[in-house]
Design a protein around this ligand. Structure first.
Ligand SMILES: [Zn+2]
Ligand SMILES: [Zn+2]
Length: 265
């Protein structure tokens, strides 16, 4: 399995998962033009996608979906409240939008939504398994719940949110109500919380970690890496430490699942 983040962060999120049996897009939060151009650079065609998985209906996850669905008949999957919301926004595409709330199979993938706490109609991450590999993605997490831990536990590669450095957020330019929202259980995950989640996943077999949805104003890739890798070094023996990389805001990051490289500070 190969995972490529096309974009990650509050300006847009889109991830491609490729396996020998098919390919899946997770979220379409950048323009359809950027998505189709990105797919062709990665040897894919929107028409041939096995499916499009949506985490939730916030703009940074669906802004390119309406136009993308003019170019592909690929089925769209989301939790019930999000599927209902998308069908309301795109009534002409309602037949293409499927509501799911448990494991389903699609083109050699076993796909499970992972319910998350966030301030949207409903929100989820996704666990995607093939016969060989397992990948999990959870961003836009107010807090790490048991469902998130269970849903991601044992995946070989995980993309988790590492949204903000708490000090940068508190000292930064955001108005108090927004700081409060981000720090709440329905907001976004800090680097420190991501580090704890990373250690739990690594202790349960995760070998590759991608840190995503970094805030442009309240974080830097080096701060996120320093916090997460520092914590992993402090609490795990070297043999259990996963490779860690940050998903850039606009450029691609490709991770070949199973191609192991150690944690680098
Ligand atoms: Zn969101
Ligand atoms: Zn988001």
């Amino acid at each position: 399995m190969r995972v490529t983040t096309l974009a990650s962060g509050s300006t847009g999120n889109c991830t491609l998962v490729q396996a020998s049996s098919g390919s899946l897009l997770i979220d379409a939060g950048i323009s359809a033009r950027r998505i189709t151009q990105g797919l062709s650079q990665l040897g894919e065609d929107a028409c041939n996608l096995s499916g499009i998985l949506i985490t939730h209906e916030h703009t940074d996850h669906i802004s390119g979906l309406a136009v993308l669905l003019k170019r592909t008949a690929a089925p769209v999957y989301a939790l019930p409240a999000v599927a209902l919301c998308l069908s309301g926004i795109l009534p002409e595409r309602a037949a293409q939008i499927h509501s799911v709330d448990h494991l389903f199979s699609l083109d050699g993938f076993e796909i499970t939504p992972i319910q998350t706490l966030h301030d949207s109609a409903d929100s989820c991450g996704w666990r995607i398994e093939t016969e060989e590999d397992a990948f999990g993605l959870c961003t836009d997490l107010g807090v790490v719940t048991e469902e998130v831990l269970d849903g991601l536990c044992g995946v070989r590669c995980a993309l988790i949110e590492s949204n903000h450095d708490i000090d940068m957020l508190l000292r930064g330019p955001y108005p108090p109500y927004l700081k409060k929202r981000i720090l709440s259980d329905h907001g976004h995950l800090s680097n420190a919380a991501a580090a704890q989640l990373a250690a739990t996943l690594a202790a349960n077999g995760t070998e590759q970690l991608i840190l995503g949805h970094l805030s442009r104003h309240n974080n830097t890739p080096s701060k996120a890496l320093e916090t997460v890798c520092g914590h992993l070094e402090a609490c795990l023996p070297e043999v259990l430490r996963p490779a860690v990389a940050c998903a850039p805001e606009r450029e691609f990051l490709t991770v070949e699942i199973g191609a192991y490289a150690p944690c680098m500070l």
